[in-house]
Design a protein around this ligand. Sequence first.
Ligand code: URP
Ligand code: ZN
Ligand code: ZN
Length: 481
Amino acid sequence: MALLIRGGTVVTAEQTVRADVLCADGRIAAVAPDLAPPKGAEVVDAGGQYVMPGGIDPHTHMQLPFMGTVASDDFYTGTAAGLAGGTTMIIDFVIPNPKQNVLSAYREWRGWAEKAVADYSFHVAITWWDETVAADMETLVREHGVNSFKHFMAYKGAIMADDETLVNSFSKALSLGAPCTVHAENGELVYTLQDRIFRAGITGPEGHPLSRPPMVEGEAANRAIRIAEVLRVPLYVVHVSCRQALEAVTRARNEGQRVFGEVLAGHLLVDDSVYRDPDFTRAAAHVMSPPFRSREHQEALWRGLQSGNLQTTATDHCCFCAPQKAAGRDDFRKIPNGTGGIENRMEVLWHHGVGAGRLTMNEFVRVTSTNAAQIFNVYPRKGSVAAGADADLVVWDPAASKTISAKTHRQNVDYNIFEGMAVKGCASHTISAGKLVYARGELRVERGAGRYVNRPPFAPYYDALKRQADLAKPSAVARPR
Ligand code: URP
Ligand code: ZN
Ligand code: ZN
């Protein structure tokens, strides 16, 4: 059935224009003023509202098995919560255990994701290395639409990638035309600091940020960036949380290196005072890595977003309920790391970004949708409002307001890191693949309606980078004898 969004103002990364949007067969059929509804079409009245590309959250972990438990929002509940907040696509992570076959992990995650109600794609984490991993990376790119690989530089003894793995995986990814992404924290330092802090008698959640100071993140971000520079691989640094990591990204970009930075809505808006809450349950609910930082870092992150040195916003949605967090009641090192936010990312960024004069509406679209679509190669199918694109849209009511609370949110978790935050500007309607899936508080989702999104590699640009990398190899620069 066709759907007409009538009377709104279309806001994209490039422009703001008065236009109706006609959707048919899952795609946008036309964007023009005063379109007539086809016979039988559903009509959404967008008068006084903005029509924007649906949000893309490029960093989520639905039902992730992690630290002895499993994240409480699964692909069904998590994507449904996203739709209620205007997010129509996620890029989640396949995370094989060390020595686990990478392709079999990928198949496992694809099975879990079949219940998703919004479109999804996967980054695949490289947690160990041998020639089978290299071969599986090739198969993933050539046959399964994966075009990005993730590397955890933290979580020693679990999924941490050492420098040998980084170097091998980055080189392979370049040869395949796939960007690399990193969780930048020095896992050795975290391990040592955790041990010292625990032995000094600090066992509660306040030990978590002490064991992961900004220098630990800055070191790893800089190391990953320099490795990528030597190998000439484009790099995307996930959840940049502090000035030190932002400076590493900014410096590299100023030097012409292809480095991207992602910032989490939580890191922009929640500060580290949460870890000093005497209530264990509340403090533990905020344990995530990297941890929330002081106000000074938050201001730096906003400046990074405004200046374009940080290009995307995400949530790292990875929820654990209080009984799961309680595993670390006597030892902060055992609190499952992760927090939620997919339902609220767009509204908190609108309120504190557009509403506070930090971002224009077009910049808001760029950092919540279009840049992620471009960096991960699904643009203009996603991240745009144009004929032929997927009809993934959000109708945004700038006058609507709400107070965020775990009591009313749809995320399957008993805590909300934005609890009590009043926001003005919310999704009134969300359209996914041309269907109205959320309308003024009511979700109309269908289990399994989400589709897996193939992301092709970046061939020509990477071919040029590969040639440069080959020219820099010793065999190419050795003096003739
Ligand atoms: O604490 C976090 N961020 N948990 C999820 C895994 C990760 O590091 O992204
Ligand atoms: Zn991470
Ligand atoms: Zn993550």
